[in-house]
Design a protein around this ligand. Structure first.
Ligand code: IPD
Length: 276
């Protein structure tokens, strides 16, 4: 049977590549940095330009589709995931871009009936195009991806991020989880500075798991499918099913590793992305 979303996925790959070119060019220029929810939540004109570039080009081809975009939500648009075909866009992982820290990704997830149909993460500076189509596997530049088969947490590397919440109570919990996980002990803890690339590292088998509290749906919509299609598992930080609007995620190579991490996480619940 023909894959009805293949044309949309092909478009996502093409537009992510084009967006990556804009990002690479912009890295050569001065960046005017603005702040959003706090002084460490950064945005540049390039984030806004890239999001508009993606949205406009999708609207021309798929006029009935809906959007959740990081910068559109920051500008006051709703963050509602309905059953309608919806493109979930993170135009750029912002802070890394501002500092030219060399992991910058464009992330595009596509959801229908609350199910992610495809995910595309373009790591612009590495020129790596990560893709996954539901039920059809995950790929990097066309090569199949497979999570690591390591089930011993003590032989593992775990990725996480510190996010942009500087509320001391939240920071204490983030450090408490980090301490517990580090002292299991694991081989190491890493941060690429972008949720999307951390998830692609899980899918590629370079790290056994990634967890974070505070991410947004646009950070993880595409990466989640890339992890699960590479054979990994997704879980909430307290166990149970992941909810992409909850701003909490564990993405791991296996249930064993995910459950072990869950045991160590000092959890909390940031306001949901779809909170009214
Ligand atoms: C952020 C990055 C960061 C993660 C934050 C995200 P943004 O995305 O992915 O690694 O810690 O939770 O919001 O805001 O730079 O696009």
């Amino acid at each position: 049977m023909a894959d009805i979303w293949q044309r949309a996925m092909d478009h996502a790959v093409a537009i992510a590549r084009k967006a990556g070119e804009v990002v690479r060019e912009a890295l050569c220029d001065d960046r005017k940095v603005m702040t959003k929810s706090s002084s460490v939540d950064l945005v540049t004109q390039t984030d806004q330009r890239v999001e508009q570039l993606i949205i406009q080009s999708v609207k021309e081809k798929f006029p009935t589709h809906r959007f959740i975009g990081e910068e559109s939500v920051a500008a006051g648009e709703a963050c509602d995931l309905t059953d309608s075909p919806t493109w979930i866009i993170d135009p750029i992982d912002g802070t890394n871009f501002v500092h030219s820290f060399p992991f910058v990704a464009v992330s595009i997830g596509f959801s229908v009936n609350n199910q992610t149909e495809f995910g595309v993460v373009y790591s612009c500076l590495e020129d790596k195009m990560f893709t996954a189509r539901r039920g059809k596997g995950a790929f990097c530049n066309g090569e199949p991806l497979q999570v690591s088969d390591q089930e011993d947490i003590k032989q593992s590397i775990i990725a996480t991020e510190f996010g942009s919440n500087r509320d001391p109570e939240a920071v204490d919990k983030i450090f408490s989880s980090l301490r517990s996980i580090l002292c299991i002990p694991v081989h190491g803890v890493r941060s690429a500075g972008t949720a999307a690339i951390n998830m692609c590292l899980v899918a590629s088998g370079c790290v056994e798991a990634y967890y974070e509290i505070g991410i947004h749906v646009w950070d993880v919509a595409a990466g989640s499918l890339i992890v699960s299609e590479a054979g990994g598992v997704l879980m909430d930080v307290e166990g149970g099913e992941v909810d992409l609007m909850s701003r909490r995620i564990v993405a791991a190579n296996s249930r064993t590793i995910a459950e072990r991490i869950v045991k160590e996480i000092d959890s909390f619940s940031p306001p949901r992305d779809d909170a009214p």
